[in-house]
Design a protein around this ligand. Structure first.
Ligand SMILES: [Zn+2]
Length: 431
């Protein structure tokens, strides 16, 4: 390629990126996950899928070693033979047979990206350590739809480097949506199975959708979510008996033994399943809540609850996922932590300081009485409307040209709601 051709090509890529970014502004981003049906693969394909991640690990670690004494941009990205050490510290050479060229690129890009973000953190005065070698590679980027991966039909996906299309489960959730645009995907090696997480974009529909009236939600430990309409939603996902059994068996095995290692693998798989169930529950609840025109909530400190009395309850609840998902949405108004949503009386405006966690009924001297959680949920709406500046901040995610979510700074947002007077009759007419 001549210098001129190279510049022309770069220019074309840049233009294309600009175009995509512009288009993305009028689109919604959603990520779907499909599960690879491992049992339908033949022995060769099973090994191949496994080896893709092993080779990615070798490559990652090799690039990392290289970067310690060289400029990382000088790393030969066409490399196929890698020198390393086996588990007895003996030198070995390994061949990359299953990693496609695009996958190789994405692994190298991964190291570059990690180094870059570390140095950015250092620049901002954060304490940083060294990048660690990986013992397990979990996620490989499939950059381009149509090239690195492609859906053949509802049940099959083609992945670069693997000859036959692979059987998948779960594509029904998005396959029939019209005008869905596929961006990049990630091949995931999770403890319970292999997955492909696909990033998709869809044009924002017309904004005339009929929403249900606004709603306030209170997150609590006991019933977990209470709405201003009086509904109580349980978000607890219990441990399975099998999980407890495995934990029990591990405790009896000797440290470092291969039996213990096997059991720990099983345990990771059980936790992954638990996680999947949590996510599923969270998705359903969030979907339900977002049917409302506006959702008012408080930026509660869930991680504080982790440490306290309710650790186990919180650990097995989908509350954290729900909160994170809600906070990404524009129609959600977030009250800061320090607003006294439980203690404020909506009728007279008194702040009842002596109310404790065990009081399940809120009672005020003025005669107002209500279930504590429902009361708090209703106050979310009321107190948000009282002060325009209490809307809080929200973390906003923007997709880049490749459809990946890029985290940006917290942005101040405001609900622009009409101000209401405390204790005004407007509020308690509903629900
Ligand atoms: Zn009162």
């Amino acid at each position: 390629m001549t210098e001129e051709e190279r510049l022309a090509k770069n220019n074309k890529i840049r233009e294309k990126g600009k175009e995509t970014r512009l288009r993305r502004q009028s689109q919604n981003c959603r990520v779907f996950r499909v599960k690879i049906d491992f049992s339908h693969l033949n022995e060769f394909e099973k090994t191949q899928l496994k080896m893709i991640f092993v080779e990615a690990k070798w490559l990652y670690n090799d690039v990392l070693t290289f970067s310690k004494s060289n400029e990382i941009n000088e790393y030969d990205d066409k490399i196929t033979i890698i020198k390393g050490l086996d588990k007895d510290k003996q030198p070995v050479t390994r061949e990359l047979e299953n990693l496609s060229s695009q996958m190789r690129q994405s692994v190298i890009q991964g190291v570059k990206h990690n180094i870059k973000s570390l140095s950015a953190m250092k620049k901002h005065g954060r304490k940083i350590g060294n990048l660690k070698y990986k013992s397990n590679y979990e996620s490989i980027n499939l950059q381009q739809y149509g090239k690195t991966y492609k859906f053949c039909d509802k049940k099959h996906i083609k992945i670069q480097g693997i000859k036959r299309p692979i059987k998948i489960e779960g594509a029904e959730q998005f396959f029939d949506i019209s005008e869905l645009e596929f961006a990049n995907a990630k091949l995931l090696n999770l403890p319970d199975a292999y997955y492909v997480a696909v990033t998709t974009f869809q044009n924002k529909g017309d904004e005339t959708k009929k929403y249900k009236p606004e709603i306030g939600i209170d997150m609590g430990i006991k019933t977990s979510i209470t709405t201003s309409e009086g509904q109580k939603i349980k978000v607890f996902v219990g441990e399975t008996k099998r999980l407890k059994k495995i934990q029990h068996r591990i405790a009896k095995k000797k440290k470092g033994s291969s039996n213990r290692y096997k059991l720990r693998k099983l345990l990771r798989r059980e936790y992954q399943k638990l996680d999947n169930r949590k996510k599923d529950k969270a998705n359903k609840i969030v979907h339900e809540l977002l049917e409302h025109e506006k959702i008012y909530m408080q930026d509660e400190n869930l991680s504080g609850w982790h440490k306290g009395l309710f650790g186990k309850n919180i650990q097995h609840s989908a509350l954290g996922i729900i909160k994170a998902k809600l906070m990404k949405n524009k129609r959600v108004v977030v009250l800061p932590k320090n607003v006294a949503t439980t203690k404020t009386c909506p009728k007279c405006g008194r702040i009842n300081k002596d109310i404790t966690l065990s009081d399940r009924i809120f009672e005020c001297q003025c005669g107002y009485k209500e279930d504590r959680d429902i009361h708090a949920a209703r106050n979310m709406i009321l107190l948000s409307k009282m002060n325009k500046n209490t809307c809080g901040t929200q973390e906003i995610f923007y997709p880049n040209a490749f459809g990946e979510d890029v985290r940006r700074k917290h942005e101040q947002k405001c609900c622009n709601a009409d101000l209401v007077e405390l204790g005004s009759p407007n509020f308690y007419k509903r629900g």
